[in-house]
Ligand binder design. Structure first.
Ligand code: FO1
Length: 316
């Protein structure tokens, strides 16, 4: 596995950028390395939201309104579960359930997450390689003021990320091993992309798997990140609030301070053009471009900017 482009990915924002990247550069020359710290076990089933969001989106099968789950989904299993008072706050559609049944069955057979993910991606016809950052179980745990430490989906979905947070940790990361071939892929890639995903709970866990941060930092000049914060707010999810609560500035400059040790270049949105000098003072080359991806064309345009970043470093 020697892909030229390796993308570190969370869920929805990463899937949108990858939609452009696979059209701007040959998909079979790319690898997506996906966060699994927001995985959850529900009804005994292993659910991998970020992996599935990436696969479904690139297969053109994602629910376009939610950004996760499958388009045209039905919810009969959830309705039936409701009868028993089962867990229904985390909505698993009828067709989506098949993915979790398959993954859980294969895990039970002893297959590892990288193998199962490759099988799922191939079944959906994906040409780029998709790997979980690790085959080992890592789990984002969120400390809230009112309830102490809770699981990530408890925080994100059940509490609608509307609770004050004092700490985030990735349980299991200390002993996790990078997915097979990942460190080599990072060492040989022509470009490493950090997708516009949540820096704390999506990209954070990817970098926390021992060896990954060091491998990315060793290629710093070839690393381009896209800011998920535009005009001080996250386009989706709680990145802005989490950054503030954990003591970071919720802005492209705050993102630059989080990434400057691992990435040389930050792509920020046109809205934030006035922050370009501050991003550079924080230690990153800054590229200003439209970063809001509201369709395939804008995803391709942003992908082209990202792919061009290592050749012309600062451009505004
Ligand atoms: N997000 C929600 O806001 N509500 C849900 O009920 C929900 C269910 C769900 C099922 C499968 C899946 O792959 C993703 C799902 N998500 C849901 C999204 C998920 O919680 C988040 O997108 C990620 O974990 C954050 O990256």
């Amino acid at each position: 596995m020697t892909p030229s482009v390796v993308t570190l990915a969370g869920g929805v924002g990463a899937a949108k950028l990858l939609t452009g990247l696979i059209r701007a550069h040959p998909p079979d020359d790319q690898l997506a390395v996906v966060n699994t710290a927001d995985d959850a076990v529900l009804h005994g089933l292993h659910v991998s939201p970020d992996l599935d969001t990436v696969v479904y989106t690139l297969a053109n099968a994602v629910n376009p309104d939610a950004g996760w789950g499958l388009a045209g989904e039905t919810w009969q299993a959830m309705d039936a579960l409701d009868r028993y008072g089962g867990i229904t706050w985390f909505r698993l559609g009828d067709r989506d359930l098949a993915t979790h049944l398959y993954r859980t069955h294969r895990l039970g057979q002893g297959a590892d997450m990288a193998t199962i993910t490759a099988e799922i991606a191939a079944a959906w016809g994906l040409e780029l390689a998709v790997v979980p950052v690790t085959n080992d179980r890592i789990e984002t745990r969120v400390t809230t003021i009112d309830e102490g430490e809770i699981g990530f989906q408890d925080y994100f979905v059940r509490r609608r990320h509307d609770v004050a947070v004092t700490a985030v940790r990735v349980a299991g990361s200390e002993s996790a091993k990078p997915a097979p071939g990942l460190i080599e892929a990072l060492a040989t890639a022509k470009q490493i992309v950090i997708a516009p995903s949540n820096p704390i709970v999506s990209i954070g866990p990817v970098l926390e798997v021992p060896g990954v941060r060091e491998a990315v930092a060793a290629r710093r000049d070839a690393v381009v990140a896209v800011s998920p914060i535009v005009g001080g707010v996250a386009l989706k999810g709680p990145a802005d609030r989490l950054m503030r609560e954990l003591g970071h500035e919720s802005s492209a400059v705050g993102v630059a301070r989080l990434y400057r040790d691992v990435a040389a270049t930050l792509v920020i949105d046109e809205t934030d053009a006035h922050l370009a000098d501050s991003v550079e003072s924080a230690g990153m080359a800054c590229v200003v471009a439209p970063t809001i991806m509201d369709g395939v064309e804008s995803s391709i345009a942003l992908a082209q900017v990202v792919l061009g970043c290592t050749t012309h470093k600062a451009h505004r």
